[in-house]
Design a protein around this ligand. Structure first.
Ligand SMILES: [Zn+2]
Length: 189
């Protein structure tokens, strides 16, 4: 995937700014709940949604539980809500929630809007380029370069580092590879 020039740096800067505003060190873990609080976004379990029928809940939590991750809804008052899939692992949820919030941080304009029958909320969807950007920023928010480098310097095992940052080991290894910190650390040894 090719990003606009400077995009990756912008993401690293965003990850640092958010932490700074929250009083966190640049290499500290960032819980998605803290990020949600920072962005004034409400995180909701599907059962917290008003007017959710038992059959709709059954579909979201049982029948179709594997088919969705998180949904961002825009409320009438301009504030967003994110409904998360509570059946997924904490690491997957962190990644999904960070992804949804990344769209908001990047001020992505949805390519499709669906309105609820009574018009109180909208369901957004984004185009492929925006999805790539949100994926990149989500990974960067959870594991910015400084955090990856710190974990390597401290010689944390993948498991320990992944637990510390609330991500999967797979995500940790992926970020270490795509950010080039692995090569950077190898050079400085
Ligand atoms: Zn998305």
């Amino acid at each position: 995937m090719a990003f606009e020039r400077g995009f990756k740096t912008r993401c690293e800067n965003l990850a640092e700014t958010v932490r700074k505003d929250l009083g966190l060190e640049p290499d500290a873990p960032l819980a998605p709940e803290s990020l949600a609080g920072y962005l004034r976004i409400q995180l909701l379990h599907p059962k917290d949604l008003p007017e959710m029928s038992a059959s709709a809940l059954e579909a979201l939590l049982v029948t179709d539980a594997d088919d969705w991750s998180a949904l961002t809804l825009g409320g009438e008052d301009g504030r967003s809500l994110i409904i998360f899939n509570p059946t997924h692992s904490a690491a997957r949820r962190a990644s999904d929630l960070s992804h949804e919030m990344s769209h908001l941080l990047l001020r992505h304009a949805p390519s499709t809007l669906m309105f609820s029958p009574d018009g109180t909320w909208t369901l957004r969807s984004f185009d492929a380029a925006q999805e790539d950007e949100a994926n990149w920023l989500a990974g960067c928010l959870l594991l910015p370069r400084v955090a990856l480098l710190a974990a390597m310097r401290q010689r944390l095992t993948d498991e320990v580092a992944a637990t510390r940052f609330g991500v999967s080991s797979q995500m940790l290894r992926y970020r270490r590879g795509v950010t080039g910190v692995e090569r950077q650390a190898a050079r400085s040894r």
